[in-house]
Design a protein around this ligand. Sequence first.
Ligand code: ATP
Length: 473
Amino acid sequence: MKVAGINSSVSYIAPVKKPVFNGIFGAPNLSERFRYGIEALDNNSLLVVTSNPERADMTLEQYSNKIVTPILKKYTLKVEESDLKNKEEIDSDFAIFKQDKKYFALVLGSGIFSSLMIKRPKDELKSKEHLFKTGAIVELHDGVELGTGEMLWREEPKLLFKPPYKFNTSNAEKYLQVRTINNIADFNRRSIASLSAKNLSKADKKGFTFADVGGLDDVIEQLRKYVVRPVNYPQVFENIRLNKGIMLYGPPRCGKTLLGKALANEVGAKYNEYNANEFKSSHVGASESAIRDMFKKAAANAPSITFIDEFDSIGKTRDGSSNARFDDPMVNQFLGCMSDLEKSKVPAFIIAATNMIKLIDPALLASGRFGLHLEVPMPNLEGLKQIFSIHSKNQPIQSDVSVENLIQKMFAGKFNGSDVAEMISDAYFNALERLGMFAKMDAKKFSYDDLKSISISFADFEKAIGRILKQKL
Ligand code: ATP
């Protein structure tokens, strides 16, 4: 069976949320916490011992390719000042991982006292022989003492490595900081670098572009015309009044927010997102002041894209009924700020989004305010095909899957863009279940090699479509 779309080593699928559990630090002593960390290690986790987690993460990123097992969970044992007698003793950065039944340490510190030092029980301590440099990987044997020069030199405290440890995550999770990858799609990311906060923000920055938006070519062309080119070639548009207010309207979950983010990335602009309900306040003048602040920020950050979701709630009272414009201070504030912005040369664009354009006060939709109205409709057959191809890019889809057939089913089921994305992830989960991967994971027997045997079948997709249709009823 041929598997389409799988990349044999690293493939990035979706950004994931990584919950951080901060543990109940400080209860047992350092050696005990170390033992809990080692106990918790399976073939897919890592224990970092450090006095400075950010620094350790950064070094980890550089040397992460040395660890060839996919890391799904990271425990951090933070060595606190209170753990040690002497402040200088704290520099001890290393990461322990397990491969099959063997344990290894990846050295993360550098310099005499921060290099990892390993001492066997009967060894005499002759400093240089026991030091390992940054990036080195050292196999750990029963009974070795680990630490930095200082930690070992003074004998106490030292970390004693003494397997076999019984597998028990619960102790570790109580006393150590834990980061978990909770999205199965992330299995495809082999590198531990993905666990570090630094890497996450890089991924966020890269963000979406127009290539990530399917089936909305006409809208994208309008955005290129009215925003991208004017921002990139300001001289050409110097004497033209630009549309700084754009209204995106259409049914939910078809890509309005996605377009806003993609537009910001396309023009290298700062992006800020608001929900119009945020501006509502019962305090006199607070709503108007919040709106003015938003406009000030947009101008100060220029070039900028400000995205306001659920814009129809502006101009409505909090009980949902419509208010006449002349006595609605929020509408008036928007009108005033938009008109100032249009007159200025500042490349700040305000994108309002709504599912119900009819509820919006016509004054706000006039030219010079939110004068450019772009419909973001439900995807048609071609749109569904494009959205499917965007979201299935890195998925291991069996080559005999009839995409045409799936598209027809989605079209008949009135799928929006978000349904398509969800259907693909759900199909992946179905494949994992069908192939017994969940059972392997629960038994801690899942390994990187298993990734190669994962492929999504037509039946996996059909099952996913069925579930989504049922939920839509
Ligand atoms: P709402 O009106 O409920 O705020 P929205 O129109 O802003 O919804 P988005 O938040 O942009 O919808 O879409 C939700 C998710 O669905 C996107 O992050 C993306 O994963 C997927 N999606 C929706 N439309 C598209 C599309 N046209 N192309 C690619 N992905 C899409």
